[in-house]
Design a protein around this ligand. Structure first.
Ligand code: ADP
Ligand code: MG
Length: 702
């Protein structure tokens, strides 16, 4: 473990700079909360005016403390903070928790940067500024102005919002969801989410990392850290900034909103996403108490048909559709229900189910090798006692002698059910007030396992790449003062990275066009080449299916005429003649250089799918061929690629290769390519490959 971060987050001694004996002041509260939480380490209030605060000796400056100081909690006004930081550096403090606000969040980046500079000079780490502080049950430490430690548990929360942290802290008791640590991360001047993930992954008291994120400073380092984590991470992301959508010179640019890229990036690095605050709590509960689910066989036990059906619907909705249990499982389960029960799946023991049946079916099902995950549902009845049922479920679970697969529970009822669920949670079984929530939580454990596998798939690296050629083409275009490549230039770059582009030749005269057309072979396609006409068909400057020499001559003239009519000042490089790709399924591939995550690839079907339905998906580049396959499964129109309505399946393998290759290219050219499109790419039936027929590259500004 990083000793400096440990000093910051698990300090043996704490100085409170700005400690006060005036009740109500933050500097008073921090000392009080430390005492109330039972903190066993050294508490050293620092205040030049008082000699004693809340029974502890106070020191005029941090340098007057005659002991080693691990952590300094700073609560003094913003204008004094920098000096205090210097003093802490001289004293040899390890970590600073700067509660004081009034820095970059109100526009003062200068002071905040200066604080970090000084801290680095002295090898200190800075949490904040503008934070609530840090809380830890296992260290009995409330080094914050939050009122009390959260309900003890195995999850740890890192929050970019201080107010939300305090609110969540309080609600851990009513929601029965325990946390070990709650850490407020504030302005992230130094310590950021990546640091916290790394630290908490090694923290023996944390089993699940919960994050509330408003925005990341460096998306890539977050992803790298998340990928290396062995513990589940769940994140609630709020705030959709405009940065991703800002520049929209390409099709991809206009579709790539920040929220979508964040979503894709989280999935890619194996981070579970919560869609609301409730969902953050619900998923945290399951991920902190139960293991991942390795396999798709979910079995549901119930005493009520209604909740069983609701759970079945939820299973399908959250990607875990139910299968009937095998014969031997059904045969055994039939012994624990009346004749009118059902042993299929969901297993309906009917309202006659009492403690014994619950215990027996839980024990048998959980132990059975077919079952990868178990959901136990219960509706409160007049004949049963919720606490008795809860105890029966726990006993069955424990007596199964099996571990390593997840179980969740839902009780629907009143106060007694509520209390029984609280008891189950205390005993390590996530329990929810609605059947769909129990299923959703289990599905999160399944998804977490799937994502963890994918997050470790090997990034694709092509063998034959001519980076020099690609860079030369880009340099030549830049030397002419251009920031957009023409189609033929972009295709040369694509081709240098091994992408399958249509054979394309640049003609400067009608005769040359005729010559190229017969070289390529009819039919051909002809298009204008002009840095000033990026959307060629808008200008009437694309002619397809040209069958003979006369057609080439006519097309040449028409394309020039239309282009000049469209933009009289357009600089014309010539007219390309290219191989005509037979028509099949139209695909769009593109990239943006996202402000947070860097080069990111978009994929979708072309035409109305992208124009109207915006049915596209993203991945941060580079990625594996497996990821590229999962992109194809993720779009709503995925069935079309698998061969819908009597059509043969498309060449998904070739498409995956091209996507991974494309990602490699835009990542390799991160300094050069701001946005790009391959629109359209034509996908043929299995074994017949794909073809890029149009290419666009917008260069970065230099
Ligand atoms: P732009 O997007 O600049 O308008 P494209 O090069 O994409 O121009 O051409 C417009 C349309 O013409 C394409 O969407 C495609 O339908 C068709 N097309 C272009 N090039 C080819 C080709 N080589 N083979 C077959 N069809 C083509
Ligand atoms: Mg196009």
């Amino acid at each position: 473990m990083d000793p400096i971060l440990t000093g910051l987050l698990k300090p043996k001694t704490i100085a409170i700079i700005g400690a006060s004996s005036t009740p109500g002041k933050i500097g008073y509260n921090v000392v009080l909360k430390l005492i109330e939480s039972g903190y066993q380490g050294g508490i050293y209030p620092v205040n030049p005016k008082d000699s004693e605060i809340l029974g502890f000796k106070a020191y005029p400056t941090v340098n007057d403390i005659p002991y080693v100081v691990d952590l300094a909690v700073i609560t003094i006004p913003a204008k004094f903070v920098l000096d205090a930081v210097k003093q802490c550096g001289e004293k040899g403090v390890k970590g600073l928790s700067i509660i004081t606000s009034g820095f970059s969040e109100v526009g003062d980046h200068e002071t905040e940067d200066a604080i970090v500079r000084v801290a680095r000079e002295y090898n200190m780490r800075v949490l904040g500024p503008n934070i609530v502080g840090t809380l830890s049950n296992s260290d009995k430490m409330n080094a914050s102005f939050a009122p009390f430690l959260p309900l003890a548990g195995k999850a740890s929360l890192v929050s970019q919002s201080g107010a939300l942290l305090i609110a969540m802290d309080a609600s851990t008791f009513t929601r029965h969801i325990g946390f070990d640590k709650m850490i407020s991360i504030g302005n992230m001047s130094d310590v950021d989410f990546s640091d916290m993930i790394r630290y908490l992954n090694e923290d023996p008291d944390t089993s699940c990392i919960s994050l509330y994120i408003e925005g990341l400073k460096n998306g890539r380092s977050f992803m790298d850290e998340a990928r290396q984590t062995t513990k589940p991470i769940v994140v609630l992301k709020s705030g959709v900034s405009a940065h991703g959508a800002a520049a929209a010179a390409s099709h991809t640019g206009s579709l790539a909103g920040a929220a979508r890229i964040y979503g894709s990036a989280f999935r890619q690095c194996g981070v579970t996403q919560a869609d609301s605050l409730d969902d953050l709590f619900d998923k945290t509960l399951a991920l902190s108490l139960q293991p991942r689910m390795h396999g798709d066989n979910l079995l549901i036990l119930t005493n009520g048909g209604g909740v069983g059906v609701l759970a079945t619907d939820a299973a399908e909705k959250y990607g875990l559709p139910l299968h009937f249990a095998p014969e031997d499982v059904q045969e055994e389960l039939k012994h624990h229900m009346p004749d009118f029960g059902s042993a299929k799946n969901p297993v309906d023991m009917t309202g006659m189910a009492g403690n014994e049946w619950y215990r027996e079916t839980t024990q048998f099902s959980y132990a059975h090798k077919w079952v990868d995950g178990l959901v136990v549902l219960y509706c409160e009845t007049a004949q049963t006692d919720p606490q008795g049922i809860a105890e029966a479920i726990l006993k069955g679970f424990k007596d199964s002698g099996v571990t390593g697969k997840p179980i969740t529970v839902s009780f629907v009822g009143g106060d007694k059910s509520e209390a029984a669920m609280g008891w189950l949670v205390e005993n390590g079984i996530p329990a929810y007030g609605a059947p769909d929530l129990a299923v959703k939580a289990l599905a999160a454990l399944r998804d977490d396992a799937r994502m963890a596998e994918m997050a470790h798939s090997t990034v694709f690296k092509p063998e034959d790449v001519d980076t020099e050629l690609a860079k030369k083409i880009i340099k030549d275009a830049r030397s002419k003062g251009r920031t957009a490549l023409t189609e033929i230039e972009a295709k040369q770059v694509f081709s240098a990275y091994g992408l399958p582009v249509t054979a394309t030749l640049l003609s400067k005269s009608e005769d040359e066009a005729v010559k190229f057309a017969s070289e390529i072979g009819f039919p051909v396609v002809m298009k204008i080449v002009s840095p000033d006409i990026l959307h060629k068909s808008d200008a009437g400057a694309v002619k397809v299916n040209i069958k003979d020499e006369a057609g080439v001559r006519e097309a040449y003239q028409t394309i020039l005429k239309n282009s000049l009519a469209y933009n009289a000042d357009a600089e014309i490089d010539g007219v390309v003649v290219q191989e005509m790709a037979p028509w099949a399924t139209e695909i769009i591939i593109g990239s943006v250089n996202d402000a947070t995550f860097g080069p990111t690839v978009m994929f979708g079907l072309g035409g109305i799918f992208v124009e109207v339905l915006k049915d596209v998906t993203f991945r941060v580049a580079p990625f594996s061929v497996e990821e590229a396959m999962s992109m194809q499964d993720e779009i709503r129109s995925a069935a079309i690629l698998r061969g819908a309505r009597g059509e043969k399946p498309r060449d998904r393998k070739a498409l995956a290769d091209v996507l991974a290759q494309y990602a490699y290219m835009v990542n390799d050219l991160v300094d050069e390519v701001a946005e790009s499109d391959a629109n359209p790419v034509i996908a043929y039936e299995e074994g017949k490959g794909v073809k890029v027929v149009d290419a666009r590259i917008i260069l970065t500004k230099k």
